[in-house]
Design a protein. Sequence first.
Length: 354
Amino acid sequence: MLLYKYQYFGMVLLMLAVACAQQPKPVNNPVSIAKAKTTRAVPATPYPIKKVIIREPDLRAWVDELNMRLGIYDSISNQSSYTLKELSQFKLTAAEVDSLAKDTDEDHRIQGSLLTGLYQRDYFFILMDKILNHPAIRRYRLDDIISTHVVRSDDDKLYNITIPEKWVGAYQGQLSWIHYRANDGKNYNFTPDESSGSGDSFNTDGFDNIQLMQTKDGVKYLMDGQVISCNTCVSYHIQLVHFDRGMPVIDFSYSIGMRSNTDDARYFNYNPAKKMIEMQYTPLEGEAAECDCKTDIERSSSRSYHVNSDSASAGADYYVRRRGKSLKCLFRFDGHTFVLDEKRSRLPLVRDAK
């Protein structure tokens, strides 16, 4: 009987050993598995996004399609053309293909600019409108779920989303959306061509940074950006904005286009420690620049910094630079907004045009 018990336990141990040997070996890098319907697929993109679970089916579907379209849009070149057969890679509807087929060139090809225009008009503007106005969008940070250039304020209330316009030429313009989440629980969205109603508007090329500023009037946002406007040109812009019942009010706005492509000839910077906007520039022959920081509604006429008098219009005041000196504009924060520090700036001379 005792021998029988040992034989029995021996068989049990052997069966357990065989069962353990048949178990799959653990991998070194375990992968978490989630339901396909609850986690967004992350496309290959220069703007990686997080694997955020979007619980609202309609919002999730719109975000998935937007990111898919952004990945395809990135592969389209305005300088290229495509055959009708090649259009299949762009996931277009039959109606969209038929519409593009009417505009083929003499070689029966579709210009890339027509494709980018279609994507902007029929997909980006429509999908952005749905996403940004969805009641549940406040649950998510836009830079976590949208696969394009997104900047936000530290309080997660103000966002700017931009997509390259892909113009034919050197100008690198942007499609831009401003998304503001007010304290009253409402969302307010603006595209650059929409005015705030006071005569001011956001810069049309979007922003690279949004900094939250505590002022004597409450919270304001300092937004700055730049855009390549030609092979050797860059334009800088910076705006201070606050919101009144959901509508933007531009407290300060300054922009300047610079044609010189050397770093020692141009300088544009915001110094957060000093709360100072610093600009220095040596214009080229025949070029104009200014220190005019008035908002759009206040700016009735521009007094520019001209290198020579030939560029001044008749009957207007114009600026001429001091010989061997560059234009230097310093704007200091006074607790409410930015004002020109005339004593520390290097302003051009004013001369009445004859």
